[in-house]
Design a protein around this ligand. Structure first.
Ligand SMILES: [Zn+2]
Length: 476
């Protein structure tokens, strides 16, 4: 694309489309023939091009680097999909590709199935593949309780006798695997699934991960980062675990008594000069760590209290807003990085939490919806990072979760589910999906995905049912 001149249209395709449509008009000699030649699609293309033009960022320096050249190439590829319909998908009323529900469902069903021997390196990611597939299917409106027996069979063997879940059978426990396993079990639901978790051993395992400075390590002797803090609190909140540290928790020797000791201050130290949130104090801000940090604070208490107490919220908003790539319409994860569909969730999912703390209307939902529908759907099913990439269950899950964040408005309200979540990290059970969003709407009814809990990223009912069960059965 001709990017040197910032006053030029964002894509040479704009000229190309106009030329083609003129030629079609000249050659047509009947009204039927005119329609068959796809003028409706061109009309939509023109509308989409006008939108893309309206958000083009005019500031650009002329210094070329490897990064700027890759950015130009990416923009060129993405624009083809935003302005046209190279996959030949059926279009919705806004001229954007419809959500290819059946194809994505089929892709995710394969992703949760059996794998060829050469896929053995994925063995350590069983909980993730299960979680991504189940959450993706849930977003598509599928009933995933049909996977209950398989999920129980898998996670019984991934659970470590001393607590927590490993990535595969007989593996050491790890907080990322524990997070994905807990969410998968909550999604399939039911007593048999809930009861396969050894909560007492889990409590001891989480106690061993708690560090004196407030954070959590991911595994025994492993790295301490904000994923650990978030994953640990997700498990504690869903399973209604006691907040006091177990007697054998090493952090007790440094005077800590509670899982939340020093935690808010530790998350606070992860906020960087850019306003975003990093893996650990002193690191670079990153989209996925922002979601982990905000999720962690939103479990500790109502976001309006915890985010404003521990973060500089205006600078956080500045950083998250800066992740929105224009005119690509999707998000990137860091400064100077490329647009990527998984940040539809990692950044797109932050907004419900930030808006609960700072007020509504902070982001462009329509633009993100446009990226997901136009540029992130793979022709044969599954969703992707960006055009040219292959689909995988990770990007399928997080594009669909991002689309859910786009289409639904979540409100934190203490009166919601007031019969549960009164203690032990109960704050996240007081959200409701208020209504489907109309502002910036670029999706038809056929493109609407299911609501997703803004903190747990599973269906809200699954989270509520799990917590209710463990409030009714709190003992070990
Ligand atoms: Zn990605």
């Amino acid at each position: 694309m001709a990017a040197e001149d910032s006053s030029a249209p964002p894509s040479a395709r704009f000229e190309e489309v106009l030329t083609i449509s003129n030629r079609i008009e000249e050659l047509s000699n009947s009204e039927n023939e005119y329609e068959e030649m796809g003028t409706v699609a061109n009309e939509h293309e023109s509308a989409n091009i006008a939108f893309i033009n309206s958000i083009t960022v005019p500031i650009r320096d002329k210094f070329q680097t490897e990064t700027s050249m890759v950015q130009d190439d990416t923009l060129g590829e993405v624009l083809l999909f935003l302005e046209g319909n190279p996959n030949d998908f059926p279009l919705n009323n806004f001229g954007l590709p419809q959500l290819q529900r059946a194809k994505h469902k089929s892709f995710l069903e394969k992703a949760i199935g059996d794998y060829e021997p050469h896929m053995a390196p994925l063995d350590a990611a069983r909980p993730w593949y299960t979680y991504w597939s189940l959450q993706g299917l849930s977003a598509l409106g599928e009933d995933v309780s049909t996977y209950r027996d398989r999920v129980i069979a898998t996670f019984k063997q991934c659970q470590h006798p001393e607590g927590g879940f490993g990535g595969g059978y007989g593996h050491l426990p790890h907080l990322a695997a524990t997070y994905a396993a807990t969410l998968s079990i909550a999604m399939v639901g039911g007593e048999a699934a809930y009861e396969c978790i050894n909560r007492k051993a889990m409590w001891h395992f989480l106690g061993r991960m708690k560090q004196a400075d407030g954070g959590f390590t991911m595994a025994p002797g492993g790295e301490e980062d904000i994923r650990g803090a978030f994953c640990a609190l997700v498990a504690m909140s869903l399973l209604n675990l006691p907040l006091e540290l177990p007697p054998d928790a090493p952090a007790r020797q440094q005077g800590l008594t509670n899982f939340l000791d020093n935690l808010g201050d530790w998350v606070s130290r992860c906020q960087t000069y850019e306003g975003g949130i990093s893996a650990a104090p002193g690191n670079e801000a990153h989209g996925a760590y922002a979601f982990c940090g905000l999720g962690c604070l939103s479990i500790m208490g109502p976001p309006k209290e915890t985010l404003n107490k521990y973060l500089d919220v205006p600078s956080l908003i500045h950083c998250l807003s800066s992740r929105h790539c224009a005119p690509e319409c999707g998000y990137n994860g860091r400064t100077n990085k490329l647009v990527d569909g998984c940040y539809s969730h990692w950044i797109g999912g932050c907004w419900a939490l930030v808006e609960a703390a700072a007020g509504k209307g902070l982001w462009n939902r329509g633009a993100l919806g446009r990226y997901i529908l136009s540029a992130a759907q793979f022709k044969k099913g599954g969703l992707i990072d960006k055009p040219g990439k292959r689909p995988d269950s990770y990007h399928t899950c997080y594009n669909l979760s991002g689309l859910s964040a786009v289409q639904h408005e979540y409100v934190f309200d203490e009166d919601v589910n007031s019969d549960i979540g009164q203690d032990n990290l109960g704050a996240p059970f007081h959200w409701k999906a208020e209504k489907q969003v109309e502002e910036g709407k670029v999706w038809g009814d056929e493109d609407v995905v299911a609501e997703t809990h803004p903190v747990f990223v599973i269906p809200s009912q699954a989270a509520t049912d799990c917590r209710k069960y463990f409030e009714a059965n709190p003992g070990f």
